[in-house]
Design a protein around this ligand. Sequence first.
Ligand SMILES: O=P(O)(O)OC[C@H]1O[C@@H](O)[C@@H](O)[C@@H](O)[C@@H]1O
Length: 385
Amino acid sequence: MYVDESVLDDPARLAAADPGDLLREIATSGRQVRETWRLAEEAGVGRLGADGRPRAVLVVGTGAAAGAAEVLATAAGPTSPAPVIGHHDHGLPGWVGVADVVLAVSGSGRSPLTLNAVEEADRRGCRILAVGPLGTPLHYLADRARAPFVAIDGSRPERASLWALATPLLAAGATLGVCRDVAAGAEAAAARLEEIATRSRPSSESFVNPAKLLALELAGTLPMIWGTSPATAAAASRAATQLAVTAKYPVLHGGLPHPAIYQIAAFDGVFGARGAAATGGGDDDGLDDFFRDRVDDELTTRLRLILLRDPGNEHPDVTRRADTVVSVAAERGVGVTELSAAGSHPVERLASLVGLLDYASVYLAMLIGIDPSLEPAIHDLDRVR
Ligand SMILES: O=P(O)(O)OC[C@H]1O[C@@H](O)[C@@H](O)[C@@H](O)[C@@H]1O
């Protein structure tokens, strides 16, 4: 894989490598939190809480909506009095009924899966909140269901819209009594995202820019990303999405204890210890090369483990295992990058990693010559929408 490190510190080439201005869009993350919290209040999100605490909160939608569901689940945490469930499939589960709340999220406001869920939730008498752009079918359905509708900026690319899509859900979580201290948590997350935007800005050079440094570590590797707590596992999931959509990079993600305790088996495979041990390769040309024994090929792509730690918020068993993972990886020649979440509220800690990894995904795309804004395969799949 060709990795062009010089692109990261050359302003003209950096700009040319990001024709869709994705970095500028990602820099608005902190502002998205503040703006959409206010918009959610103005849209009447408080009405959702009028009938008291729900039996369950279902967040419907795919793509960035799934990330938004994870942000709300992180804010609700394991002590939430009602479950927060991300639902990313067609139809509503059979158990969903009048005692439940459905939060419908769509970056385009047109995703059939989300629209159908809103119609069905309305038929079943659920309380509903919808988040999407103005004047879209989702807006129309929310109005028809007399549900609060939070209008987001539909011109911003979806992969840079996580916080606009997620923050109204946090405001809903506050009014529904499923999240604690979430207004303060959202504000702390906004401040954290702004601080990351400053440190990771394109004009900040590689040797001091944490996102550029991370991108350089990832370039040419096959990343595995694990969290060590609910907040950091959610960050790992978001990172896998961003790396796929932005850098077109496949990523295995998970968390300790599960599913990392199984995924670690890959450390012994061809991208891990076996690859490190292999030497040499076949002839580079002709039929000899075609008939070579591929078992002997040297594989240059190596696993790299990105371990997202959550100091003070890990189960002691997870902390012990995470420390052990680092030595198990080292024994097999698997590189490890450890990143720690920062902040007190889980949403702030999540944001502290998501912000960094969002930037790193764009810098990685630039390093390997991929346009971070284009997504032809997704468009081709969407032809059947
Ligand atoms: O957020 P909405 O617009 O509902 O889209 C959800 C997802 O739909 C898919 O078909 C793709 O277009 C994805 O890129 C998108 O994230």
